[in-house]
Ligand binder design. Structure first.
Ligand code: GLA
Length: 388
């Protein structure tokens, strides 16, 4: 089993004595409600059974020694609790360091150092939240190690804070929330305005969730993401001159159409339109799932992709190829880009008896058109982060 293998690796690497503890935090896939979480809208993600493992032992000094089994060439990266500042040379350890920084900022005292071995089986840069899972994992490690009185929702918020203010990506709360709060076989219907949430069983009858990894990640993802966020914030300010709202998530489609002329730029209008319509789609999709209307859920996923492609413009050629192929295939109920965009993955709902064909045909055509392989994961929905 993974845990035992990693513990053995930890012992060989760090040597020494003392109690060793193990933790896990999952990645996530968002089913619908994309780029709504920083616009006060709804999201509908679920935790995966893929994620990030952490093997940990206390130290008596203030040193931090990190090792990632994914980046073996980097070796052990050493720092200390007195050096919690972002540093490009610190590579991936900026994520756990950011979470430690965010705890200390809130007054939680980290009184001793740690040796930490990390291993993740989420494909890196695929838009399935490997970084959020590492942040939430660190939160769980610190809560357990130092006995901090923080809830799992607090851990998600601390993770987001570290990503925003230590690692420089202005992300919303969705990814950290899904990793911290996930529940087996359920998706989380989260209102990002209030953090009110509800678990909805994902009952797809005779169908499965299939993630397709385009294996492309276009550069400038973070800056393009931050640009979208700024465009939405500007559009909101313009709308606030004509209507009394605090976020785009408060508007219905009709209200948006009535007020949209206050937005003085065509691109910003498209961005705001996506945020408003996508939020309403997410609400409707959850309703459809509750009514066991999987077909309607799928049509809303398709509409979500259209909006992300043309209005929000966060898709890309490779992803559009995957989605077009999927949507045209019999047995596919719905398909869309998932996550932040500009590459990464699509999520599709596929009838059980069409899954093999989905993987072989789309795999083949994608390879021919793009020149490299796609990867497919038929996923299970797992629990949120914790001690293992
Ligand atoms: C990234 C961010 C999330 C969310 C999605 C888009 O995954 O981290 O907060 O904004 O993009 O829905």
């Amino acid at each position: 089993m993974m845990k035992e293998r990693l513990i053995q690796q930890f012992q060989e690497l760090f040597k020494g004595e003392g109690e060793i503890r193990s933790y896990f935090a999952p990645g996530r896939v968002n089913l619908i409600g994309e780029h709504t979480d920083y616009n006060g809208g709804h999201v509908f993600p679920c935790a995966l059974t893929l994620g990030t493992y952490g093997i940990v032992r206390n130290r008596e000094d203030r040193k931090l020694r990190f090792y990632s089994a994914n980046f073996e060439k980097l070796g052990v990266i050493e720092t200390s609790l007195d050096e919690l500042v972002p540093d490009p040379k610190a590579n991936w350890t900026n994520y756990p360091k950011g979470v430690m920084w965010a705890f200390e900022k809130r007054g939680y005292k980290l009184t001793h150092g740690l040796d930490i071995l990390i291993y993740g089986n989420i494909p890196n840069g695929s838009g399935l939240s490997s970084s959020a899972s590492l942040e939430v994992l660190t939160g769980v490690i610190l809560k357990d190690t130092f006995g901090f009185d923080v809830s799992m929702v607090d851990i998600a918020l601390i993770g987001q804070d570290s990503e925003n203010n230590f690692n420089g990506c202005n992300c919303g709360i969705m990814d950290q929330f899904a990793s911290a709060m996930g529940k087996k076989d359920h998706a989380i219907f989260l209102d990002t305005n209030t953090l009110h949430y509800e678990y909805a069983p994902v009952i797809l009858k005779d169908a499965k969730i299939v993630i397709t990894n385009s294996k492309v990640k276009h550069s400038l993802v973070d800056s393009a993401y931050n640009d979208r966020r700024t465009e939405c914030e500007t559009a909101l300010k313009e709308l606030q001159t004509v209507t009394d709202i605090k976020s785009l998530g408060e508007l219905t489609e009709e209200e948006y159409e009535a007020h949209k002329d206050a937005i003085k730029d065509a691109v910003r209008q498209k961005r705001a339109k996506h945020a408003v319509y996508e939020n309403q789609r997410a609400v409707r999709a959850v309703e459809a799932l509750k009514n066991q209307d999987v077909e309607l859920f799928g049509r809303l996923m398709n509409a979500s992709h259209e909006s992300l492609r043309y209005d929000y413009e966060v898709s890309c050629e490779e992803i559009d190829i995957l989605v077009d192929l999927a949507q045209a295939m019999p047995g596919v109920i719905g398909s869309r880009i998932t996550g932040g965009g500009f590459g990464g993955c699509t999520v599709s709902i596929v009838k059980n008896d069409a899954v093999d064909q989905f993987i072989s045909e789309i795999g083949k055509t994608y390879q021919e058109k793009v020149g490299h392989e796609a990867e497919f994961y038929v996923v299970d929905i797992g629990d949120g982060a914790g001690i293992i």
